[in-house]
Ligand binder design. Structure first.
Ligand code: ZN
Length: 305
């Protein structure tokens, strides 16, 4: 199975654990006007990734998109310096961050742009190419899919159909993940190519089961973000889903995106998912082998194309 990183293709057998939904460089402050919502320091990112040593994590999916601070050249530099493989996202995020071209470009032209980044790579200033490896995080801002968001979702779907690359999503308001799934499936995306994100922002097991029954991945990716849900409740819900038989379709990550999420600023850092959160899962009875499936087997299968 092949994973597409900013430094090129890797055989998945060479990769350890994966964090499938993170940000290293991102800027939400254009909308939020909050300086805490900016990550723009390459040295800081390298320092934070050094804290992953000994955790088994050597691959991270950076789901920041154009319009919200994506910086492919800097991601390549961070990957080289940290020895962490980085899978870069392609596409557009959600309404507030969409560039004007979403209104004026045809859906298939947007799909062409995504396919170009996946297959040829983003054209760096030095003329080299930096490949994207995943479509997303493609998002919905509110409790409905806006016209522009629908166009982006359809473009993402068509790019996935042409490349087999997975689509990973941002859900703002529960239960929008179901509508995202239905839209992608209307465009004939294979559910095994869909990762519905932020599922642990609202711990509604019926919502989770609806998504899982389709065959899509369900991602608990806000571990340690206790202002959204305490990890204890997040862990209980995840273990309940594993015990119902959904182990092979679940993934987990921490969506680090604020300065206050980083260890340097007193936060839990990137290691939290596979250290503290995994320990909570084990305390609730998950076996080491099951954690391995959640943090390695599943994300690598989802990311391979
Ligand atoms: Zn998100």
């Amino acid at each position: 199975m092949t994973i597409h990183t900013v430094l090129g293709e890797l055989d998945s057998s060479t990769i350890g654990r994966v964090l499938p939904h993170e940000h290293l460089l991102v800027d939400f402050s254009t909308v939020s006007r909050n300086n805490n919502h900016v990550l723009n320091d390459v040295d800081l990112a390298v320092d934070e990734l050094a804290l992953l040593q000994g955790t088994g994590v050597d691959c991270l999916v950076e789901v920041t998109l154009p319009g919200v601070g994506r910086n492919p050249e800097a991601l390549r530099a961070i990957s080289k310096r940290s020895n962490v493989s980085i899978v870069m996202g392609s596409g557009w995020y959600r309404s507030s961050y969409h560039p004007p071209e979403i209104d004026t470009a045809l859906t298939d032209a947007l799909a062409d742009q995504i396919v170009g980044e996946l297959t040829e790579g983003f054209l760096a200033k030095d003329g080299s190419r930096i490949p994207a490896g995943v479509i997303g995080e493609i998002g919905v801002q509110w409790g409905f899919i806006s016209a522009r968001e629908e166009r982006v979702f359809r473009a993402a779907a068509r790019a996935s159909n042409r490349t087999n690359a997975p689509v990973t999503t941002h859900t703002g308001i529960h239960p929008i993940g179901v509508a995202q799934l239905e839209l992608l499936m209307e465009e004939k995306v294979d559910p095994s190519r869909i990762i519905i994100g932020h599922a642990d922002m609202f711990l509604d097991l019926d919502y989770h089961r609806t998504i899982l029954r389709s065959g899509a991945y369900l991602q608990f990716d806000t571990a340690g973000r206790n202002h959204i849900n305490p990890d204890s409740r997040r862990a209980s819900a995840l273990v309940a889903l594993v015990r119902e038989g959904w182990l092979e379709q679940l993934t987990m990550s921490s969506d680090r995106c604020y300065r206050s999420d980083l260890v340097a600023f007193g936060g839990a850092g990137y290691a939290h998912t596979v250290v503290e959160f995994a320990a909570q899962l084990q305390a609730l009875g998950l076996e080491h082998a099951e954690i391995d499936i959640l943090t390695r087997t599943n994300p690598l299968r989802a990311l391979s194309w």
